[in-house]
Ligand binder design. Sequence first.
Ligand code: SAM
Length: 222
Amino acid sequence: MTDAVRKLELRSFGRRRGRKPSDRQAALLADVLPRVAVDLAAPVVSQTTTWLEIGFGGGEHLIWQAIANPHTTLIGCEPFEDGVMKVLSAIEERGLSNIRIHMGDARDVLRALPDASIARAFILFPDPWPKRKQRKRRLVNSALLKLLARVMQPGSELRIGTDIGDYARTMLEAFQNEPAFRWMADSPADWRIRPDDWPQTRYEAKAAEEGHQRTYFRFSRV
Ligand SMILES: C[S@@+](CC[C@H](N)C(=O)[O-])C[C@H]1O[C@@H](n2cnc3c(N)ncnc32)[C@H](O)[C@@H]1O
């Protein structure tokens, strides 16, 4: 990507670092991360089915899918170091060999991926950016859909969750204007009920506790 394009792209995430890593966490970052980091020059492992999760937060969903789908490679993108350390810890403790991590902006991975290389993608509860003047930072917009459309395989599924009503509406508008995707919904149950193979994330649990209605979108790459 040129620097000019990067400058036009607004930052869609908040802080990248929380507390100072413990010695064990520092060791995970130093020893395990380089082993599992996505190589932007060759981002997919050939001959394997590859799924992509954008903004995995604490990694609950990414780890669940990696365990449930041992023959699938999961690329997880997350700029927040604490979340990355949680996943690195699970990789070590559970001996997971099918997770690759990009500690940074998922859009850099999307630009690096080959055409039609992703068999499923997830964006679960992207940052809400609730204030009116922050809304332009929201990750899910027409530009992101263009990036996703190129890398997703025909017939593949894109899952997006949100608990923010006006974000859900603007997402649907963006999808309506993007012929590469079709909304997989016949009745309200299709977006109100979370599928069994879509485990709850930490953010979603908090949203549920606060009484927020959640929306579970599924789109098919045409
Ligand atoms: C509200 S949190 C939700 C985290 C998790 N998916 C969950 O449901 O618990 C949104 C996450 O997306 C990450 N994020 C925001 N912009 C991103 C980007 N451009 N690339 C990758 N991750 C991003 C943030 O750092 C944050 O961890």
